[in-house]
Design a protein around this ligand. Structure first.
Ligand code: ZN
Length: 277
């Protein structure tokens, strides 16, 4: 499933091709995604130029503008969505639901499981984050808002285990399962530890660990995204070098102990009881 780093890398891959491009046609092949793709996009977008491409949480915002139209396409890749540039006239395959036809090529959205979405928010770019789906998003972990003090204060009264709290996107966006497990491993903090029983000094290790883990993933993807977005290959999501994730029963790379797997809030958690307390 695409997580924050994948969406950010996708944004960076799209930006040079989309910025300044004019939309010639919108094709909606099957509108039923998580929400129905608004049919009026067919009339609204042709003639618009793409003036920005942004990311908020796991949403991409494609800012479009013409003399009479101003707004942003909200795109979410869901569980299995992807955006790809294809040549004009390239045959459509199953699960290709939506396309923006540009002068040079076509941006095609495919999503086998249909948990993704494509919506429209009219108005200037700065207002698009007021869309109900974006207004409930927590702070960005790579922004200056995500500080040691913020995380410490936010968890002072939270007696639940730290890992599910990190993954709550209403508080901080984009710390998916793999990144929560890996960040806690890097910081030496047990995923089972009560959030309000972690000292400020240890949050001082966790915040940079989260930032670094996400940045590593973005860097890992940055080198491959161009090929990915212009190829016909399926999948292609990249992974960071993992310390504990999906390594249950294997030796910890740091201490040689055995990596353990538990369930937390319905998700698998991986950690090393020897290194993480
Ligand atoms: Zn260990």
């Amino acid at each position: 499933m695409p997580e924050l780093p994948e969406v950010e890398v996708c944004r960076r891959g799209l930006e040079p091709e989309l910025l300044g491009a004019q939309i010639e046609q919108v094709i909606i092949r099957s509108p039923k995604l998580r929400h129905v793709i608004p049919v009026e996009l067919r009339d609204l977008l042709p003639g618009c130029r793409i003036v920005g491409i942004r990311r908020r949480g796991k949403y991409l915002l494609i800012d479009c503008r013409s003399d009479s139209v101003q707004g942003s396409l909200l795109v979410h890749l869901g569980m299995s969505g992807s955006l790809r540039f294809v040549a004009h006239g390239q045959p459509v395959v199953k699960h290709d639901h939506f396309e923006l036809v540009l002068a040079r090529h076509v941006l095609r959205f495919a999503d086998p499981r249909r948990f993704g979405l494509i919506l429209w928010q009219s108005g200037p770019p700065e207002e698009s984050e007021q869309h109900p789906l974006l207004a409930i998003q927590g702070i960005e972990p790579l922004s200056d808002d995500f500080t040691v003090n913020w995380l410490y204060q936010a968890n002072l009264k939270r007696s639940g285990p730290i890992k599910p709290l990190l993954m709550d996107s209403h508080r901080v966006v984009g710390i998916g399962n793999i990144y929560a497990s890996e960040s806690l491993f890097r910081a030496g903090i047990s995923p089972l530890r009560a959030a309000n029983k972690i000292s400020k000094a240890r949050y001082g290790l966790l915040v940079p660990a989260i930032r670094q883990t996400l940045s590593d993933a973005i860097a890992a993807g940055g080198s491959t995204i161009r090929n990915y977005m212009h190829s016909d290959g399926s999948s292609g999501w990249f992974q960071i070098q993992v310390g504990v994730y999906d390594r249950a029963g294997e030796p910890c790379l740091r201490c040689g102990g055995v990596v353990k797997q538990v369930r937390q809030a319905g998700r698998s958690t991986f950690y090393c009881p020897g290194c993480q307390h």
